[in-house]
Design a protein around this ligand. Structure first.
Ligand code: ATP
Ligand code: MG
Length: 447
């Protein structure tokens, strides 16, 4: 009686999403054996549980395992505070000032351990558009489930019991291939507009249909993205572009009217047929590499996304009578400067991008020592891959790309035989034109 009274006094008024009691889904339905999670995730949960805490693998990893995908990483949720977690693991550290989480190192793995967090309430700090600025209040496991974005992300796997606690019918939604938001979609997008991007990315990655209730408001609310800090949008866009499903994601972004203003470059590119073909080819080759587990580089992808801008800028400069190669370098800088405001492209990435672009005019020349020296360039491979995309999209002749394909695999003797006679040397020696043309040889990519 007293307990019941106390519970009534101390419990908050239940929100719509709080009304769910979790279903305990057995192994036969979810299919995740404790051996199928990473050893580090299992050990971390077991250590926390042995110390008397609740501990679960949560979020993306559970969702991916049920969908038959190997998780990228593992997140652990617990009722232990960050200090309590820290005390249990020798190789661990608390990170984040506002909302603390603990990184636990197990062998080569790093596990992210978070304490159950509450959904925000009326006192939560928001900006003038309703975007939540802080949500760092600890809460119950039920609260923690309710503040997550989609039903399929509110699943808690206990490796000891081999059960999944499912607060919002996420397992059923996953099996029915539906992406459903937890709570009222408009309110959830207003709190955090990035959830719209996540809806697109996760639905593309898992082949899900976005539930109409969650899908319809995206078009109306797309403009809220403008209000999200650039670094956050950039992080989410990187996840999207390197998800292995970038082509599908970009298509879905466009279908939902969400591609405007995300990356300034996408706006322009997707509206120009020539640019679009090139970008889609680049995205699809990135998708193939990601799915094959090969390395990918943001520098390469961004160099493709921005190339059309460079071409347009370069063309304008050439028409104004600027000298070919310096004009290219000016165009490169201008395009990167324009993007820097909105995109958090680091100095290293922009160096990589410029290297790839600067190599392009050098592929046009197929005679003399500079051509041989090009093969020794550290960025030759990236530049060549870029050239292939230009050829496939019809920007340069396929014959040029084919020549480089053969040339790089040929032995020294065959390479010499392939070099074309250096016409420019003989014909233009005394003229000024030669000097201009000759500049192409002296272009070195930025370090
Ligand atoms: P992946 O790791 O495959 O990119 P994920 O769903 O695990 O996908 P993370 O960014 O790792 O994405 O987030 C981990 C979990 O945190 C999610 O599964 C979800 O439960 C929760 N989450 C992440 N972002 C949000 C958000 N914007 N709003 C609410 N919950 C979120
Ligand atoms: Mg994750």
């Amino acid at each position: 009686m007293i307990r019941k009274f106390l519970r009534r006094v101390f419990s908050r008024a239940p929100a719509a999403t709080d009304s769910h009691e979790p279903a305990a889904i057995p192994l036969v339905r979810h299919g995740i054996h404790r051996e199928s999670i990473s050893p580090g995730a299992r050990r971390t949960c077991e250590t926390l549980q042995q110390a008397g805490y609740l501990a679960y693998v949560v979020g993306g990893a559970v969702r991916d395992l049920i969908a038959g995908i190997t998780p990228k990483d593992y997140d652990i949720a617990t009722n232990a505070t960050p200090e309590e977690v820290r005390a249990l693991f020798r190789r661990s550290r608390i990170i984040g000032r506002r909302f603390q989480i603990v990184h636990v190192m197990q062998g080569a793995e790093t596990l992210e351990v978070s304490t159950f967090r509450a959904a925000h309430d009326a006192d939560t700090q928001k900006d003038e558009h309703g975007r939540v600025l802080r949500d760092n209040v600890f809460g119950s496991q039920k609260d923690d489930a309710a503040r997550r974005d989609f039903t399929i992300n509110a699943l808690y796997y206990d490796p000891t019991a081999e059960t999944v606690l499912d607060y919002h019918h996420g397992v059923a939604d996953l099996k029915q291939k539906t992406l459903r938001i937890i709570g009222e979609p408009r309110a959830r997008y207003r709190e955090d507009p990035v959830r719209m991007l996540r809806a697109i990315r996760l639905s593309a990655k898992l082949g899900l249909t976005i539930d109409p209730e969650a899908r319809t408001p995206i078009r109306d609310m797309a403009s809220l993205m403008e209000n999200v800090p650039a670094a956050r949008v950039f992080d989410e866009m990187l996840k999207l572009l390197f998800s292995g499903h970038a082509v599908e994601c970009v298509k879905r972004l466009r279908d939902e009217g969400l591609h405007h203003g995300l990356l300034p470059l996408l706006d322009v590119i997707l509206e120009q047929p020539m640019g679009e073909k090139f970008v889609m080819l680049a995205l699809s080759s990135t998708d193939v590499r990601v799915r094959q587990g090969k390395s990918t580089s943001p520098g390469f992808l961004f160099s493709t996304l921005l190339w059309n801008e460079v071409l347009v800028n370069w063309e304008t400069r050439k028409k104004r009578g600027e000298v070919q190669i310096p004009a290219l370098f000016e165009a490169m800088d201008e395009v990167l400067d324009q993007q820097a405001e909105k995109l958090a492209i680091t100095r290293r990435i922009s160096g990589d991008i410029k290297d790839i672009w600067a190599l392009q005019p050098r592929f046009e020349k197929r005679s003399g020592k500079p051509t041989l020296r090009l093969l020794e360039q550290p960025r030759f491979r990236a530049g060549y891959d870029f050239l292939l995309l230009r050829a496939e999209s019809g920007e340069v002749a396929m014959e040029l790309a084919d020549w480089w394909t053969t040339f790089q695999d040929a032995d020294a003797e065959a390479r010499l035989a392939m070099l074309l006679p250096d016409k420019t040397k003989k014909r233009r020696r005394p003229s000024r034109a030669k000097t201009k043309e000759g500049n192409a040889d002296t272009v070195e990519p930025a370090a």
